[in-house]
Design a protein around this ligand. Structure first.
Ligand code: ATP
Length: 452
Protein backbone atom coordinates (compact mmCIF):
# COMPACT_ATOMS: atom_id res chain seq x y z
CA UNK A 1 0.00 0.00 0.00
CA UNK A 2 2.74 2.40 1.06
CA UNK A 3 4.74 1.66 -2.08
CA UNK A 4 1.75 2.43 -4.28
CA UNK A 5 1.26 5.74 -2.59
CA UNK A 6 4.90 6.78 -2.98
CA UNK A 7 4.56 5.65 -6.52
CA UNK A 8 1.60 8.00 -6.99
CA UNK A 9 3.68 10.94 -5.80
CA UNK A 10 6.46 10.05 -8.24
CA UNK A 11 3.95 9.70 -11.05
CA UNK A 12 2.42 13.09 -10.27
CA UNK A 13 5.82 14.80 -10.13
CA UNK A 14 6.78 13.20 -13.42
CA UNK A 15 3.49 14.17 -15.12
CA UNK A 16 3.90 17.74 -13.84
CA UNK A 17 7.37 18.00 -15.36
CA UNK A 18 6.54 16.18 -18.60
CA UNK A 19 3.42 18.19 -19.38
CA UNK A 20 4.40 21.60 -18.02
CA UNK A 21 2.48 21.88 -14.77
CA UNK A 22 5.44 22.24 -12.39
CA UNK A 23 9.18 22.42 -13.14
CA UNK A 24 12.09 22.18 -10.69
CA UNK A 25 13.17 25.77 -9.91
CA UNK A 26 16.33 27.22 -11.54
CA UNK A 27 16.85 23.91 -13.32
CA UNK A 28 19.46 25.04 -15.87
CA UNK A 29 21.70 26.06 -12.94
CA UNK A 30 21.43 22.67 -11.33
CA UNK A 31 18.21 23.57 -9.54
CA UNK A 32 17.55 25.07 -6.13
CA UNK A 33 16.41 22.67 -3.44
CA UNK A 34 12.69 22.73 -2.80
CA UNK A 35 11.89 25.50 -5.22
CA UNK A 36 9.36 24.88 -7.96
CA UNK A 37 8.13 26.88 -10.94
CA UNK A 38 4.63 26.59 -12.37
CA UNK A 39 4.70 26.01 -16.13
CA UNK A 40 2.10 26.88 -18.81
CA UNK A 41 -0.48 24.34 -17.58
CA UNK A 42 0.35 24.79 -13.89
CA UNK A 43 -0.24 28.52 -14.00
CA UNK A 44 -3.65 27.96 -15.63
CA UNK A 45 -4.63 25.41 -12.98
CA UNK A 46 -3.37 27.64 -10.20
CA UNK A 47 -5.17 30.71 -11.55
CA UNK A 48 -8.37 28.69 -11.91
CA UNK A 49 -8.11 27.63 -8.25
CA UNK A 50 -7.52 31.21 -7.10
CA UNK A 51 -10.29 32.63 -9.29
CA UNK A 52 -12.77 30.01 -8.16
CA UNK A 53 -11.90 30.73 -4.54
CA UNK A 54 -12.29 34.48 -5.07
CA UNK A 55 -15.64 33.95 -6.79
CA UNK A 56 -16.99 31.69 -4.04
CA UNK A 57 -15.63 33.51 -1.02
CA UNK A 58 -15.64 37.14 -2.21
CA UNK A 59 -17.47 38.23 -5.35
CA UNK A 60 -20.56 36.03 -4.96
CA UNK A 61 -21.02 37.17 -1.37
CA UNK A 62 -22.37 40.30 0.17
CA UNK A 63 -20.28 40.12 3.32
CA UNK A 64 -16.74 39.92 1.89
CA UNK A 65 -14.37 42.41 0.31
CA UNK A 66 -10.86 41.97 -1.07
CA UNK A 67 -7.41 43.37 -0.50
CA UNK A 68 -4.01 43.16 -2.18
CA UNK A 69 -1.41 44.56 0.19
CA UNK A 70 2.35 45.06 0.03
CA UNK A 71 4.39 41.97 0.66
CA UNK A 72 7.06 43.66 2.75
CA UNK A 73 5.53 45.54 5.65
CA UNK A 74 6.77 47.77 8.43
CA UNK A 75 8.71 45.40 10.76
CA UNK A 76 6.62 46.68 13.69
CA UNK A 77 3.73 44.67 12.24
CA UNK A 78 5.62 41.47 13.07
CA UNK A 79 6.44 42.70 16.53
CA UNK A 80 2.76 43.38 17.20
CA UNK A 81 1.59 40.09 15.70
CA UNK A 82 4.04 38.13 17.83
CA UNK A 83 5.83 36.63 14.81
CA UNK A 84 9.25 38.05 15.69
CA UNK A 85 9.13 36.52 19.15
CA UNK A 86 7.08 33.39 18.62
CA UNK A 87 6.94 32.28 14.99
CA UNK A 88 9.37 29.48 15.61
CA UNK A 89 9.76 25.75 15.12
CA UNK A 90 11.92 23.57 17.41
CA UNK A 91 15.11 22.68 15.51
CA UNK A 92 17.52 19.81 16.23
CA UNK A 93 20.83 19.16 14.49
CA UNK A 94 22.80 15.97 13.92
CA UNK A 95 26.15 16.16 15.77
CA UNK A 96 27.98 14.57 12.79
CA UNK A 97 26.25 15.14 9.44
CA UNK A 98 24.85 18.52 10.62
CA UNK A 99 21.50 17.97 8.91
CA UNK A 100 18.66 19.81 10.64
CA UNK A 101 15.19 18.56 11.50
CA UNK A 102 12.00 19.75 13.15
CA UNK A 103 11.98 18.24 16.64
CA UNK A 104 8.19 17.83 16.78
CA UNK A 105 8.36 15.72 13.58
CA UNK A 106 11.24 13.63 14.97
CA UNK A 107 9.29 13.04 18.20
CA UNK A 108 6.26 11.89 16.25
CA UNK A 109 8.16 9.62 13.84
CA UNK A 110 11.33 8.28 15.45
CA UNK A 111 11.96 5.96 18.42
CA UNK A 112 13.92 7.60 21.24
CA UNK A 113 17.06 6.08 22.83
CA UNK A 114 16.90 4.87 26.44
CA UNK A 115 18.40 8.15 27.65
CA UNK A 116 15.68 10.15 25.86
CA UNK A 117 17.94 11.31 23.02
CA UNK A 118 17.18 10.72 19.34
CA UNK A 119 19.44 9.39 16.60
CA UNK A 120 19.83 11.22 13.33
CA UNK A 121 17.12 9.75 11.04
CA UNK A 122 19.68 9.69 8.19
CA UNK A 123 21.40 6.76 9.96
CA UNK A 124 18.49 4.54 8.97
CA UNK A 125 19.34 4.96 5.33
CA UNK A 126 22.88 3.66 5.84
CA UNK A 127 21.48 0.51 7.47
CA UNK A 128 23.55 0.89 10.58
CA UNK A 129 22.40 -0.03 14.09
CA UNK A 130 21.07 2.78 16.24
CA UNK A 131 23.88 4.80 17.74
CA UNK A 132 26.62 3.04 15.75
CA UNK A 133 26.89 5.22 12.69
CA UNK A 134 30.15 6.95 11.87
CA UNK A 135 28.37 9.36 9.57
CA UNK A 136 25.30 10.22 11.62
CA UNK A 137 25.08 10.86 15.31
CA UNK A 138 22.80 11.90 18.13
CA UNK A 139 20.50 14.85 17.60
CA UNK A 140 21.14 18.00 19.61
CA UNK A 141 18.71 19.43 22.16
CA UNK A 142 15.95 21.45 20.44
CA UNK A 143 16.33 25.20 20.05
CA UNK A 144 13.69 27.57 18.76
CA UNK A 145 14.31 28.63 15.17
CA UNK A 146 12.49 31.69 13.77
CA UNK A 147 10.87 31.08 10.40
CA UNK A 148 10.74 34.72 9.27
CA UNK A 149 12.65 35.35 6.06
CA UNK A 150 14.81 38.41 6.57
CA UNK A 151 15.84 40.96 3.98
CA UNK A 152 17.41 44.40 3.83
CA UNK A 153 15.73 47.46 2.43
CA UNK A 154 17.91 50.15 0.90
CA UNK A 155 21.51 50.20 -0.30
CA UNK A 156 23.26 49.40 3.00
CA UNK A 157 22.92 46.17 4.91
CA UNK A 158 22.42 47.94 8.21
CA UNK A 159 20.30 46.53 10.93
CA UNK A 160 18.19 49.69 10.79
CA UNK A 161 17.00 48.53 7.37
CA UNK A 162 16.07 44.98 8.28
CA UNK A 163 12.67 43.91 6.96
CA UNK A 164 10.82 40.62 6.57
CA UNK A 165 8.98 38.90 3.77
CA UNK A 166 5.49 38.30 5.14
CA UNK A 167 5.04 34.77 6.56
CA UNK A 168 1.26 35.00 6.02
CA UNK A 169 -1.12 37.29 4.17
CA UNK A 170 -3.36 37.81 7.20
CA UNK A 171 -1.57 40.61 9.04
CA UNK A 172 -2.05 43.14 6.22
CA UNK A 173 -5.77 42.56 6.62
CA UNK A 174 -5.59 43.68 10.25
CA UNK A 175 -3.43 46.70 9.48
CA UNK A 176 -5.95 47.77 6.81
CA UNK A 177 -9.01 47.05 8.95
CA UNK A 178 -9.77 50.72 9.55
CA UNK A 179 -9.21 51.74 5.91
CA UNK A 180 -11.48 49.00 4.65
CA UNK A 181 -14.13 49.70 7.26
CA UNK A 182 -14.24 53.40 6.36
CA UNK A 183 -14.24 52.93 2.59
CA UNK A 184 -16.41 49.85 2.16
CA UNK A 185 -18.97 50.83 4.82
CA UNK A 186 -19.40 47.19 5.77
CA UNK A 187 -21.04 46.34 9.07
CA UNK A 188 -20.36 43.28 11.19
CA UNK A 189 -20.17 40.49 10.33
CA UNK A 190 -17.92 40.92 7.30
CA UNK A 191 -14.72 39.45 5.94
CA UNK A 192 -11.62 40.79 4.21
CA UNK A 193 -9.95 38.37 1.82
CA UNK A 194 -6.48 38.30 0.35
CA UNK A 195 -4.59 35.98 -1.99
CA UNK A 196 -0.84 36.23 -2.24
CA UNK A 197 2.65 34.97 -1.61
CA UNK A 198 4.00 34.14 1.83
CA UNK A 199 7.53 33.17 2.83
CA UNK A 200 8.78 30.93 5.63
CA UNK A 201 12.30 29.76 6.29
CA UNK A 202 11.06 26.20 6.82
CA UNK A 203 13.51 23.83 8.52
CA UNK A 204 12.40 20.83 6.50
CA UNK A 205 10.74 21.85 3.26
CA UNK A 206 9.83 18.93 1.03
CA UNK A 207 7.23 16.62 -0.44
CA UNK A 208 7.17 18.48 -3.76
CA UNK A 209 5.00 21.62 -3.49
CA UNK A 210 3.54 20.61 -0.10
CA UNK A 211 6.04 22.51 2.00
CA UNK A 212 8.16 25.18 0.36
CA UNK A 213 9.81 28.36 1.58
CA UNK A 214 7.79 30.47 -0.86
CA UNK A 215 4.12 29.65 -1.33
CA UNK A 216 0.72 31.22 -1.83
CA UNK A 217 -2.18 31.60 0.56
CA UNK A 218 -5.86 32.45 0.28
CA UNK A 219 -6.92 33.93 3.59
CA UNK A 220 -9.94 35.64 5.12
CA UNK A 221 -10.31 37.50 8.38
CA UNK A 222 -14.01 37.35 9.20
CA UNK A 223 -14.88 40.07 11.72
CA UNK A 224 -17.70 39.36 14.15
CA UNK A 225 -19.20 40.24 17.51
CA UNK A 226 -17.81 37.96 20.20
CA UNK A 227 -21.22 36.54 21.10
CA UNK A 228 -21.66 35.28 17.50
CA UNK A 229 -18.44 33.30 17.18
CA UNK A 230 -19.92 29.80 17.31
CA UNK A 231 -22.50 30.57 14.63
CA UNK A 232 -19.98 32.02 12.19
CA UNK A 233 -17.39 29.37 12.93
CA UNK A 234 -19.95 26.76 11.82
CA UNK A 235 -20.79 28.84 8.74
CA UNK A 236 -17.13 28.95 7.72
CA UNK A 237 -16.61 25.22 8.38
CA UNK A 238 -19.55 24.65 6.03
CA UNK A 239 -18.10 26.92 3.35
CA UNK A 240 -14.74 25.16 3.54
CA UNK A 241 -16.41 21.75 3.18
CA UNK A 242 -18.28 23.02 0.12
CA UNK A 243 -15.05 24.41 -1.32
CA UNK A 244 -13.25 21.09 -0.86
CA UNK A 245 -15.88 19.24 -2.84
CA UNK A 246 -16.33 21.96 -5.48
CA UNK A 247 -12.63 21.96 -6.24
CA UNK A 248 -12.64 18.18 -6.68
CA UNK A 249 -10.67 17.12 -3.60
CA UNK A 250 -11.98 13.73 -2.43
CA UNK A 251 -13.89 14.57 0.77
CA UNK A 252 -13.36 11.03 2.06
CA UNK A 253 -9.64 11.75 2.14
CA UNK A 254 -10.12 14.86 4.29
CA UNK A 255 -10.29 14.66 8.07
CA UNK A 256 -11.34 17.58 10.27
CA UNK A 257 -9.19 17.65 13.38
CA UNK A 258 -10.17 19.64 16.48
CA UNK A 259 -6.85 21.17 17.53
CA UNK A 260 -6.22 20.47 21.23
CA UNK A 261 -3.13 22.56 21.83
CA UNK A 262 -4.81 25.93 21.28
CA UNK A 263 -3.10 29.32 21.36
CA UNK A 264 -4.13 31.25 24.49
CA UNK A 265 -6.39 33.62 22.51
CA UNK A 266 -8.18 30.90 20.51
CA UNK A 267 -11.30 29.09 21.64
CA UNK A 268 -11.44 26.75 18.67
CA UNK A 269 -9.26 25.72 15.74
CA UNK A 270 -10.05 23.05 13.18
CA UNK A 271 -7.37 21.70 10.86
CA UNK A 272 -8.52 20.13 7.61
CA UNK A 273 -6.05 17.32 6.96
CA UNK A 274 -5.73 15.51 3.65
CA UNK A 275 -4.43 12.00 3.10
CA UNK A 276 -1.53 12.92 0.82
CA UNK A 277 0.45 9.98 -0.64
CA UNK A 278 3.22 10.76 1.91
CA UNK A 279 0.83 10.81 4.89
CA UNK A 280 -2.10 12.69 6.38
CA UNK A 281 -1.08 16.36 6.71
CA UNK A 282 -2.59 19.81 7.11
CA UNK A 283 -4.34 21.13 4.04
CA UNK A 284 -6.17 24.12 5.58
CA UNK A 285 -6.75 25.72 8.96
CA UNK A 286 -9.75 27.49 10.47
CA UNK A 287 -9.05 29.42 13.66
CA UNK A 288 -11.12 31.57 15.99
CA UNK A 289 -8.56 34.21 17.03
CA UNK A 290 -10.67 36.32 19.39
CA UNK A 291 -9.60 39.98 19.38
CA UNK A 292 -5.92 39.16 19.76
CA UNK A 293 -4.65 40.63 16.48
CA UNK A 294 -6.62 43.88 16.31
CA UNK A 295 -5.99 44.55 20.02
CA UNK A 296 -2.25 44.12 19.55
CA UNK A 297 -2.14 46.31 16.46
CA UNK A 298 -4.11 48.96 18.33
CA UNK A 299 -1.61 48.77 21.20
CA UNK A 300 1.53 48.82 19.04
CA UNK A 301 0.38 51.39 16.45
CA UNK A 302 -1.50 53.71 18.78
CA UNK A 303 -4.38 53.82 16.25
CA UNK A 304 -7.90 53.28 17.45
CA UNK A 305 -9.16 50.08 15.80
CA UNK A 306 -12.45 49.87 17.61
CA UNK A 307 -15.80 49.37 15.95
CA UNK A 308 -19.16 50.92 16.74
CA UNK A 309 -22.37 50.52 14.78
CA UNK A 310 -25.10 52.26 16.74
CA UNK A 311 -24.85 55.71 18.30
CA UNK A 312 -25.70 54.13 21.62
CA UNK A 313 -23.23 51.28 21.29
CA UNK A 314 -19.99 51.18 23.25
CA UNK A 315 -16.98 50.92 20.89
CA UNK A 316 -15.31 47.52 20.91
CA UNK A 317 -12.61 45.51 19.13
CA UNK A 318 -14.26 42.96 16.81
CA UNK A 319 -13.37 39.29 17.14
CA UNK A 320 -12.18 37.36 14.15
CA UNK A 321 -12.35 33.90 12.56
CA UNK A 322 -9.63 33.01 10.05
CA UNK A 323 -9.96 30.45 7.26
CA UNK A 324 -6.46 29.96 5.88
CA UNK A 325 -5.92 27.97 2.70
CA UNK A 326 -2.70 27.19 0.86
CA UNK A 327 -2.93 27.50 -2.94
CA UNK A 328 -0.08 25.05 -3.59
CA UNK A 329 -1.43 22.44 -1.18
CA UNK A 330 -4.84 22.80 -2.83
CA UNK A 331 -3.25 22.20 -6.23
CA UNK A 332 -1.41 19.14 -4.94
CA UNK A 333 -4.54 17.67 -3.29
CA UNK A 334 -6.50 18.38 -6.49
CA UNK A 335 -3.87 16.53 -8.56
CA UNK A 336 -3.80 13.59 -6.12
CA UNK A 337 -7.60 13.34 -6.23
CA UNK A 338 -7.81 13.69 -10.01
CA UNK A 339 -5.00 11.33 -11.03
CA UNK A 340 -6.51 8.11 -12.37
CA UNK A 341 -4.59 5.41 -14.20
CA UNK A 342 -6.68 2.61 -12.70
CA UNK A 343 -7.89 1.08 -15.96
CA UNK A 344 -4.30 0.28 -16.93
CA UNK A 345 -4.80 1.67 -20.43
CA UNK A 346 -4.84 5.39 -20.13
CA UNK A 347 -4.01 8.08 -17.63
CA UNK A 348 -6.86 10.50 -17.01
CA UNK A 349 -6.59 13.62 -14.92
CA UNK A 350 -10.20 13.90 -13.76
CA UNK A 351 -10.12 17.60 -13.01
CA UNK A 352 -13.36 19.51 -12.56
CA UNK A 353 -13.93 21.29 -15.91
CA UNK A 354 -13.80 24.62 -14.04
CA UNK A 355 -10.22 23.87 -13.02
CA UNK A 356 -8.96 22.21 -16.20
CA UNK A 357 -6.22 24.28 -17.92
CA UNK A 358 -7.96 23.74 -21.28
CA UNK A 359 -11.74 23.50 -21.46
CA UNK A 360 -11.56 21.72 -24.82
CA UNK A 361 -9.12 20.70 -27.55
CA UNK A 362 -9.87 21.07 -31.27
CA UNK A 363 -8.45 18.72 -33.95
CA UNK A 364 -8.78 18.44 -37.70
CA UNK A 365 -9.20 14.71 -38.43
CA UNK A 366 -6.27 14.91 -40.88
CA UNK A 367 -3.65 17.62 -40.92
CA UNK A 368 -2.98 17.34 -44.66
CA UNK A 369 -6.54 18.17 -45.76
CA UNK A 370 -6.70 21.98 -46.03
CA UNK A 371 -10.52 22.11 -45.96
CA UNK A 372 -10.58 20.23 -42.60
CA UNK A 373 -7.78 22.34 -41.16
CA UNK A 374 -9.49 25.56 -42.26
CA UNK A 375 -12.79 24.70 -40.59
CA UNK A 376 -11.06 23.33 -37.49
CA UNK A 377 -8.98 26.53 -37.17
CA UNK A 378 -12.18 28.56 -37.34
CA UNK A 379 -13.85 26.46 -34.62
CA UNK A 380 -10.69 26.74 -32.52
CA UNK A 381 -10.27 30.50 -32.88
CA UNK A 382 -13.96 31.18 -32.22
CA UNK A 383 -13.93 29.09 -29.04
CA UNK A 384 -10.65 30.66 -27.95
CA UNK A 385 -12.39 34.02 -27.63
CA UNK A 386 -14.43 32.52 -24.78
CA UNK A 387 -12.34 29.74 -23.23
CA UNK A 388 -8.79 28.50 -22.99
CA UNK A 389 -8.77 25.89 -25.78
CA UNK A 390 -5.96 23.70 -27.14
CA UNK A 391 -5.09 22.90 -30.75
CA UNK A 392 -3.57 19.60 -31.85
CA UNK A 393 -3.04 18.18 -35.31
CA UNK A 394 -0.14 15.80 -34.64
CA UNK A 395 -0.23 12.01 -34.77
CA UNK A 396 -3.45 10.04 -34.83
CA UNK A 397 -6.69 10.86 -33.03
CA UNK A 398 -6.10 8.19 -30.36
CA UNK A 399 -2.76 9.75 -29.37
CA UNK A 400 -4.31 13.19 -29.26
CA UNK A 401 -7.04 11.89 -26.94
CA UNK A 402 -4.46 10.37 -24.58
CA UNK A 403 -2.45 13.53 -24.61
CA UNK A 404 -5.48 15.63 -23.61
CA UNK A 405 -6.73 13.06 -21.06
CA UNK A 406 -3.56 13.28 -19.03
CA UNK A 407 -3.78 17.05 -18.69
CA UNK A 408 -7.48 16.92 -17.81
CA UNK A 409 -9.06 18.51 -20.91
CA UNK A 410 -12.79 17.67 -20.55
CA UNK A 411 -13.69 17.65 -24.26
CA UNK A 412 -11.96 16.82 -27.54
CA UNK A 413 -13.61 18.24 -30.65
CA UNK A 414 -12.81 16.65 -34.00
CA UNK A 415 -13.62 18.27 -37.34
CA UNK A 416 -14.06 15.50 -39.93
CA UNK A 417 -15.32 15.21 -43.52
CA UNK A 418 -18.98 15.13 -42.42
CA UNK A 419 -18.43 18.44 -40.63
CA UNK A 420 -17.97 20.11 -44.02
CA UNK A 421 -21.56 19.31 -44.94
CA UNK A 422 -23.52 18.84 -41.68
CA UNK A 423 -21.76 21.66 -39.71
CA UNK A 424 -21.42 19.28 -36.77
CA UNK A 425 -18.34 17.96 -35.00
CA UNK A 426 -17.54 14.89 -32.89
CA UNK A 427 -17.23 15.75 -29.22
CA UNK A 428 -15.57 13.15 -27.03
CA UNK A 429 -15.94 13.37 -23.24
CA UNK A 430 -12.80 12.73 -21.20
CA UNK A 431 -13.94 10.42 -18.36
CA UNK A 432 -16.45 8.22 -20.20
CA UNK A 433 -14.69 8.47 -23.62
CA UNK A 434 -18.22 8.71 -25.08
CA UNK A 435 -18.64 10.54 -28.35
CA UNK A 436 -21.55 12.60 -29.68
CA UNK A 437 -22.19 14.87 -32.66
CA UNK A 438 -22.80 18.50 -31.80
CA UNK A 439 -23.59 21.47 -34.08
CA UNK A 440 -20.66 23.88 -34.34
CA UNK A 441 -22.99 26.74 -33.39
CA UNK A 442 -23.89 25.00 -30.13
CA UNK A 443 -20.35 24.28 -28.93
CA UNK A 444 -20.02 27.45 -26.91
CA UNK A 445 -23.17 26.86 -24.85
CA UNK A 446 -22.29 23.16 -24.50
CA UNK A 447 -18.89 24.01 -22.96
CA UNK A 448 -20.32 26.84 -20.85
CA UNK A 449 -22.80 24.40 -19.35
CA UNK A 450 -20.02 22.09 -18.22
CA UNK A 451 -18.44 24.99 -16.32
CA UNK A 452 -21.53 25.86 -14.26
P1 ATP B 1 2.21 23.29 8.92
O1 ATP B 1 1.77 22.76 10.27
O2 ATP B 1 2.03 22.31 7.80
O3 ATP B 1 3.57 23.93 8.96
P2 ATP B 1 0.89 25.72 9.56
O4 ATP B 1 -0.09 25.30 10.61
O5 ATP B 1 2.13 26.40 9.97
O6 ATP B 1 1.21 24.48 8.58
P3 ATP B 1 -0.66 27.96 8.77
O7 ATP B 1 0.24 28.93 9.43
O8 ATP B 1 -1.97 27.66 9.40
O9 ATP B 1 0.13 26.60 8.49
O10 ATP B 1 -0.85 28.42 7.25
C1 ATP B 1 -2.09 28.32 6.59
C2 ATP B 1 -2.02 27.46 5.36
O11 ATP B 1 -0.94 27.86 4.51
C3 ATP B 1 -1.72 25.98 5.64
O12 ATP B 1 -2.90 25.29 6.00
C4 ATP B 1 -1.17 25.53 4.30
O13 ATP B 1 -2.22 25.28 3.39
C5 ATP B 1 -0.39 26.74 3.83
N1 ATP B 1 1.04 26.62 4.16
C6 ATP B 1 1.64 26.91 5.34
N2 ATP B 1 2.97 26.71 5.27
C7 ATP B 1 3.23 26.30 4.01
C8 ATP B 1 4.43 25.94 3.31
N3 ATP B 1 5.63 26.01 3.89
N4 ATP B 1 4.34 25.55 2.01
C9 ATP B 1 3.13 25.51 1.38
N5 ATP B 1 1.97 25.84 2.00
C10 ATP B 1 2.00 26.24 3.29
Amino acid sequence: MKENKNDLMEKIISLCKRRGFVFPGSEIYGGMANSWDYGPLGVELKNNIKNLWWKKFVSERDDMVGLDAALIMNPKVWEASGHLANFTDPLVECSICKDRFRFDVIQAQEPSNSDGTYNCPNSKASNIKLGESKHHGILSKPRQFNLMLKTFIGPAEESANVAYFRPETAQAIFTNFKNVLQTSRKTLPFGIAQVGKAFRNEITPGNFIFRTREFEQMEIEYFIRESDWKKYFEMLVGLMREWISEVGINSKDVEEIEVKDLAHYSKRTVDFEYKFPFGQKELYGLAYRGDFDLSNHQKFSGENLEYKEEETEKPFIPHVIEPSLGVDRTLLAVLCSAYDDSDGERLVLKLKPKLAPFKAAVFPLLRNKPELVELARKVYLDLKKKFNVAWDDRGNIGKRYYSQDEIGTPYCITVDFDSLTDTSVTVRERDSAKQERIKIGELESFISKSLE
